[in-house]
Design a protein. Structure first.
Length: 92
């Protein structure tokens, strides 16, 4: 009897508590994945990038020159993994 009551309680409460157990949006440094910034110094293979108003240590598999736009593609500890964003010619 007690086991049945316990299972019934769980069945009733589960829909209300399900959201508390689901993973929310990423927080911390992981929330920067997908962000776009600029190389603050040459990245070859590591350097600094500016995302918003903050400077972050970053690495790239290809050299990135100062001022070039970069996109964050991953995180390793507190270091961002970035790729250069190719911007086409500006329309006249």
């Amino acid at each position: 009897m007690a086991i049945g009551a316990w299972a019934a309680k769980d069945a009733v409460l589960y829909p209300m508590l399900r959201s508390a157990y689901s993973a929310g949006p990423p927080t911390g440094v992981e929330s920067l994945v997908g962000s776009v910034g600029r190389a603050h110094e040459t990245i070859d293979p590591s350097g600094l990038v500016k995302i918003g108003s903050e400077l972050w240590r970053a690495t790239s598999s290809e050299p990135v020159v100062v001022g070039q736009p970069v996109r964050v593609v991953g995180v390793s500890g507190m270091t961002l993994r970035v790729v250069a964003v190719n911007v086409g010619p500006r329309p006249e």
